[in-house]
Design a protein around this ligand. Sequence first.
Ligand code: HEM
Length: 223
Amino acid sequence: MLYDKWHNQVVKRVGPVSEFQLYVRTLILGLVLFALSYWYITWLKTPNPLNKAVADTSIILIGLSMLLSSLCYFWNFVDTKIVYRKQLGLMGLAFGLVHIGLSFSTVQKLFTFAMWQQGKMWPALTGALAVGIFACMAFVSNQYAANVLGGKAWRKILRTGYIAVLLIFAHVYLLKSVYIIRWYTGGMKTPPSTSLLVLAFMTIVIVMRIALWWSLKIKSARS
Ligand code: HEM
């Protein structure tokens, strides 16, 4: 079935629901994720729980927004949740902006010559590039932009989100791999850090997208 036709059927099944309701429910989900992440980080006695929990909430919301396409393609248990895709992405970006505000000292360093000279700009630069991509996606996530750009170009722009997820993967890996490797070689005596959990989550998002791409490729070769 064509995507647009399937989408319209799902929207009908969901029934009347306003954009405002979708945003409120997504915000509640974001706050629940934030609370869980904050509690877990505090329980692990890891420093700076506020910024970490905000950052984790951001990438989980954005990741869920992207994961919905593949989940809905392979299974039908979350079909009706597809209507939250835009709100999940925008709310995730909002949490990301708060995270950037809380990481202001790192943002400032990105504009210093020393950071570039020493080659230490990559963790912040990957984050900043990802924000740029998420912001472009947010900018075009409306019907007007879809009409002006045309469906094909519009979908292509929204797919750059997967590049941004890869950039965030690099961002977290560059910042946290030392601690993750230390934890692993130390015999994993504590539960995994949130950074390791979000790296695993991002891997699932990317693997599911590759599976979707592969499945569509096989389907079109057969027809
Ligand atoms: C939407 C864009 C971004 C997302 C989704 C994101 C996501 C993340 C995640 C998931 C972590 C790991 C948190 C944890 O340890 O549990 C992190 C850490 C961090 N990020 Fe970002 N990030 C983004 C952009 C940026 C930018 C632009 C900067 C600065 C230029 C930045 C600076 C930092 C810093 C300093 C940490 C370490 C925080 C700490 O350990 O206390 N991030 N980020």
